[in-house]
Design a protein around this ligand. Structure first.
Ligand code: DAK
Length: 272
């Protein structure tokens, strides 16, 4: 599987499962595809399980410094699989412990970029919002249409969306079920960058390659400070930032980064 190139590197490890495809590149980037095209990548239990397992493994893989998660031209993901949950009962949902499949993505310690084409609806929009950066194609659509099928979001749609875009935009999306186009999503703060549809994965891969060249421990601490600080009063958030900042002075990469600057050369970061 070498149709994608990152920094001129071919994928050095790739394996295709039924529902997800993982490609790993020598530059520290991993590209994870949702691969259920016939159902617009609807997130059924088997797909969510695979996805969770990938994130669990990628979190502990030192050769991976940044992950790009994508779908296909038509859909990032059109939501949780409605057919798979149509007859569910509350006890079954509780026993199913759906959240255990979201947890490894929520807790993923490395930078994660969602590269979104087409539909990102319901659980698909929620999945994109688990990422740290969202790059969308001009034709992408983001929405939380769960209300239309008699339910509500269950993986952060009322929480992450509201934190990202504020109450009034979030309520409009949640209560009307109407999706917003990529450009509007960007203006609302739900999307980092909009590019031409056929440039989405390429742009995400370039950005991921750039991030992968950064010192990984600093990247990890930045992610931690942003995510953990977001729900805290400013003073406590500042404390998290200060402690992380100080801790980074105990890394080799800090010595290397500053020494390289002084010597006017390119730093080589080892993640130590
Ligand atoms: N589930 C199952 N199948 C889906 C699907 C979905 N969400 N979305 C699309 N498909 C399937 C269609 O059924 C169709 O399959 P066949 O009939 O051909 O077998 C195929 O994908 C192509 O879809 P369409 O024929 O409908 O394609 P169109 O281009 O005409 O329409 C569409 C595209 C995206 C507008 C439409 O497919 C659509 O409205 N899809 C449903 C979107 C939606 O309502 N999404 C929200 C689902 S509810 C939880 C956490 C999260 C959630 C739940 C629990 N816990 C932690 C407990 C999340 C809930 C949701 O996401």
């Amino acid at each position: 599987m070498d149709e994608h190139e990152a920094d001129g590197m071919k994928a050095r490890e790739a394996h295709a499962d039924a529902l997800t495809i993982l490609e790993k590149f020598d530059n520290g980037v991993a590209l994870l595809h949702l691969n259920r095209p016939d159902a617009l990548n609807a997130l059924n239990p088997a797909l969510r399980k695979e996805l969770a397992e990938h994130f669990r493994v990628l979190a502990g893989d030192d050769s991976v410094r940044c992950v790009v998660l994508t779908g296909n031209e038509k859909a990032f993901a059109a939501g949780a699989d409605i057919k798979a949950m149509a007859d569910a009962r509350p006890g079954e949902l509780m026993r199913g412990g759906n959240e255990r499949f979201w947890r490894p993505i929520q807790d993923f310690p490395k930078p994660l970029i969602a590269a979104v084409n087409g539909y990102a609806l319901g659980g698909g929009c929620e999945l994109a919002m688990h990422a740290d950066i969202i790059i969308a194609g001009e034709g992408a659509q983001f929405g939380q249409p769960e209300i239309r099928v008699g339910i509500m979001p269950g993986a952060g749609g009322t929480q992450r969306l509201t934190r990202a875009v504020g109450k009034f935009k979030a309520m409009m999306m949640l209560l009307t079920a109407q999706p917003v186009a990529a450009g509007d999503a960007e203006r609302m703060g739900l999307v980092s960058l909009v590019v031409a549809d056929d440039k989405v994965v390429e742009t995400a891969m370039e950005m991921a390659a750039r991030i992968a060249r950064m010192p990984p421990l600093a990247a990890r601490k930045i992610k931690e400070a942003v995510l953990n600080g977001a729900d805290l009063p400013l003073e406590q958030g500042m404390l998290i930032e200060r402690q992380a900042f100080q801790l980074l002075f105990d890394t080799q990469d800090q010595k290397e980064g500053m020494q390289a600057f002084i010597e006017k050369r390119k730093p080589v970061f080892k993640g130590e």
